[in-house]
Ligand binder design. Structure first.
Ligand code: ACO
Length: 318
């Protein structure tokens, strides 16, 4: 079963933090961050919860698709960590918007949106499921060590949602996990169990940036080539490449390898930083708001993240 997206929404926290703000308490500067990543500012939670952002995105997506919370048959949230370890963020969103359907989270790091689409496609094959709400929401600020300039300058907080229903837009999807868990981690602690041999504290995100960079360029490039081969289309026939916004240099590298023009590779990293799984659906939301996607357009989406996970899909917009 394929699917189509019928509404999108976003939830961004109020507080905007520029590179200059970061330089006020970190040994960094705007020139380094812009030239190495393309990021100029990011928004971070101050008074908002992740549920607030996710619910705002969800309600906007419902509104744009003409659906009410009671029309939703399933809520899938993608996050690397909700407001609680349990209940799931999806249950918190359901409670917040007044839905009454099954709800669960998926954690595939930055690839979570593509994983959620594949899961949604499976559920839509069942006749009892018509409408699914996918919400990708990340509070990266709570996973960062704000004294570590190598990581905290890269990420932001935010949510993006879409409503999906039965349709024929999704033409191709491919997921992977290479099981290299050492390159990007947010360690979980052992709590205060008196029985554990080696006590571990909850930790902050650590990442071998250059290794992840190489993985990202390779996996996105090979993902594009595999999709084009499978569908027997050329890069010229793809109207928009919506790629995970981790580093502008990764997007530029893929674009150059494919010999495609800049306008086919929209970016929002300058204003949001890396929003993990919310990056691609937020980009999709923005492109739709700006009328840059029309029925019949072919979109390629690709993401990568901790795991290391990766995923690509092709949609012909309906
Ligand atoms: N400000 C100033 N200098 C800095 C900063 C900073 N914020 N951060 C690092 N530097 C310094 C380093 O200390 C180093 O200095 P040294 O040469 O004196 O040791 C120098 O800059 C170069 O550092 P590199 O790590 O080599 O910089 P690089 O060009 O590789 O860029 C970056 C680092 C931006 C992290 C890049 O490797 C990258 O984008 N990697 C991919 C990250 C990614 O895609 N993550 C996605 C997954 S996210 C998820 O799944 C949750």
């Amino acid at each position: 079963m394929s699917l189509k997206i019928i509404g999108t929404g976003k939830g961004i926290p109020e507080k905007r933090v520029t590179n200059h703000d970061l330089a006020g308490f970190l040994d960094t500067n705007d020139e380094w961050i812009v030239s190495r990543t393309g990021i100029k500012s990011r928004n971070v939670c101050s008074h908002e919860t992740l549920t607030d952002l996710a619910a705002a995105a969800a309600l906007q997506a419902l509104d744009k698709s003409g659906l009410r919370p009671e029309d939703i048959d399933l809520i899938i949230c993608s996050t690397i960590g909700g407001d609680y370890r349990t209940p799931s963020l999806a249950c918190c969103v359901s409670n917040s918007i007044g839905a009454s359907c099954p709800a669960f989270d998926v954690n595939a790091a930055c690839t979570g949106f593509i994983y959620a689409l594949e899961i949604a496609s499976g559920f839509l094959a069942d006749e009892k499921t018509d409408n699914i709400l996918i919400v990708c929401a990340e509070m990266m600020s709570k996973h960062m060590d704000w004294t570590d300039r190598n990581t905290c300058v890269l990420f932001g907080d935010g949510a993006a949602a879409c409503t999906v229903t039965k349709g024929n837009a999704l033409k191709y999807i491919d997921l992977s996990a290479s099981a290299d868990v050492s390159l990007l981690q947010v360690p979980s602690g052992t709590g205060n169990s008196p029985f554990v041999d080696e006590k571990k504290e909850y930790g902050f995100l650590n990442m071998q940036g250059q290794e992840v960079f190489k993985f990202a360029v390779n996996v996105v490039e090979s993902g594009v080539k595999q999709a084009l081969d499978k569908l027997n289309v050329s890069a010229e026939q793809i109207d928009l490449f919506l790629l995970h916004q981790a580093n502008k240099r990764i997007v530029d590298s893929v674009r150059r390898a494919l010999g495609q023009p800049e306008e086919k590779f929209p970016l929002n990293i300058a204003h949001y930083g890396n929003l993990s799984s919310a990056s691609i659906p937020l980009l999709l939301f923005e492109m739709l708001e700006e009328d840059k996607i029309k029925p019949g357009d072919t979109l390629f989406m690709s993401a990568f993240g901790a795991g290391l996970t990766a995923g690509s899909c092709v949609m012909v917009w309906e």
